[in-house]
Design a protein around this ligand. Structure first.
Ligand SMILES: Nc1nc2c(ncn2[C@@H]2O[C@H](COP(=O)(O)OP(=O)(O)O)[C@@H](O)[C@H]2O)c(=O)[nH]1
Ligand SMILES: [Mg+2]
Ligand SMILES: [Zn+2]
Length: 362
């Protein structure tokens, strides 16, 4: 098995060698994860896998466990007398990027969705369910994890007024790539090709029912993920309970994700400067440095809202995310500092690029 095809590169190798100093482990990539059952691909083939007892003992939180897309160090258990050998995972290489969310409910805990992804296809439906506020939430989560977002507007056949939809998307996407598709017929999917080069990994996110599995099936050219019809009340019922990484023949890899009604954010407050770059940019011009952008005098953000340049719904979405993330960070349980620092170096580059977009606009 050629691991380069699975995304292995010099930088992962260097990290791997550092941890694997006694040379006892082989590199492998997690291609399936459900609870604590895994499947990995290594140079010697595909194996079922579990973590070692020591790994289990050292893991502090659920985010420390391997997830789909992780690069890990394994030993193949040759003692296993059954026909199928089992790989034992001894360590995980630091993640270069990831996607995570807060677990549902009141618990303050990070739930990893997938790791080491180059890109995220943020899929939204152009049907009646279309909602730019939801796109903003996904963008914050994607920026936090350091992958590149590509916005995929699916169900173009159900869209009556594409022009006004595109204008709406423009107010949240700015110069991020936006691609329109019809998952059912496959029309427009060729525009995804430049983002799916061999060796790259792409995660799909978006609400349930927007067409993620349908698009993946089209890309794979065969039905590996079950897609089911919508319930009569219009809500999607298809849920993908596990995460699996697939190779698209001749192209990159894709990870489908369970749909969620609402994404619970797991991010640092600074991520808002990526998703809402123009608002944070304007905020610096407010008269008061602690301006709440609601009814304070001299508020530069409200000025642009009154002038019709910023949708008031976008401002409330910003304020809502801000309150949410303030609550999260107040608990002081956000992602481990080490992992975060690693990520910061990447995000500074992003941040500059994103801010540059607004220099001439406001
Ligand atoms: N009209 C239309 N229906 C689509 C399109 N893409 C997907 N669907 C349908 O939408 C439903 C949900 O799709 P699915 O892929 O399961 O959504 P997922 O929950 O995001 O994985 C299925 O009935 C699909 O056939 C599209 O472009 N146009
Ligand atoms: Mg699905
Ligand atoms: Zn203000």
């Amino acid at each position: 098995m050629n691991l380069i095809q699975w995304g292995w590169n010099a930088s992962f190798e260097q990290q791997f060698e550092k941890i694997n100093n006694d040379g006892s482990c082989l590199p492998a990539r997690v291609i399936y994860a459900q609870r604590q059952r895994y499947r990995v691909v290594s140079g010697e083939g595909v194996f079922s896998a579990r973590v070692s007892g020591r790994y289990l003992y050292l893991a502090g939180s659920s985010a420390d466990f391997p997830t789909a897309g992780d690069w890990v160090g394994v030993r193949i258990d040759r003692e296993d007398t059954s026909a199928k050998n089992v790989a034992v995972i001894h360590f995980t290489i630091p993640r270069r990027s990831w996607l995570s969310r807060k677990v549902a409910g009141d618990r303050i805990e990070e739930q990893l969705i997938c790791a080491n992804i180059d890109r995220v296809f943020l899929v939204a439906g152009l049907d009646r369910d279309f909602n730019p506020r939801r796109i903003e939430r996904y963008l914050s989560a994607i920026f936090e994890g350091g992958a590149e977002p590509v916005i995929v507007l699916n169900k173009i056949d159900l869209c009556g007024d594409l022009e006004s939809r595109m204008a709406e998307v423009g107010t949240v996407a700015f110069d991020l790539p936006v691609i329109c598709t019809n998952g059912r017929s496959g029309a427009g999917l060729e525009q995804l090709d430049p983002y799916l080069q061999q060796g790259t990994t792409v995660a799909f996110v978006g609400s349930s029912g927007v067409g993620k599995s349908t698009i993946i099936n089209q890309l794979l050219g065969r039905n590996v993920q079950a897609t089911r019809g919508l319930r009569s009340d219009g809500k999607g019922r298809h849920t993908t309970s596990h995460r699996e990484l697939f190779q698209i023949p001749g192209q990159g890899m894709v990870i489908d994700n369970p749909g969620m009604r609402e994404l619970q954010l797991w991010a640092h407050e600074e991520r808002l400067a990526d998703t809402f770059a123009e608002i944070e940019y304007l905020a610096e011009q407010c008269r008061f440095s602690d301006c709440g952008h609601e009814n304070e005098p001299g508020c530069a953000v409200q000025r642009e809202v009154s002038a019709g340049n910023i949708d008031p719904k976008r401002l409330s979405s910003y304020l809502k995310q801000k309150r949410e993330l303030e609550l999260l960070s107040a608990t002081d349980k956000l992602t481990s500092q080490e992992r975060y620092n690693l990520r910061r170096q990447e995000s500074r580059r992003w941040h500059k690029m994103i801010r540059d977009r607004f220099k001439d606009k406001y």
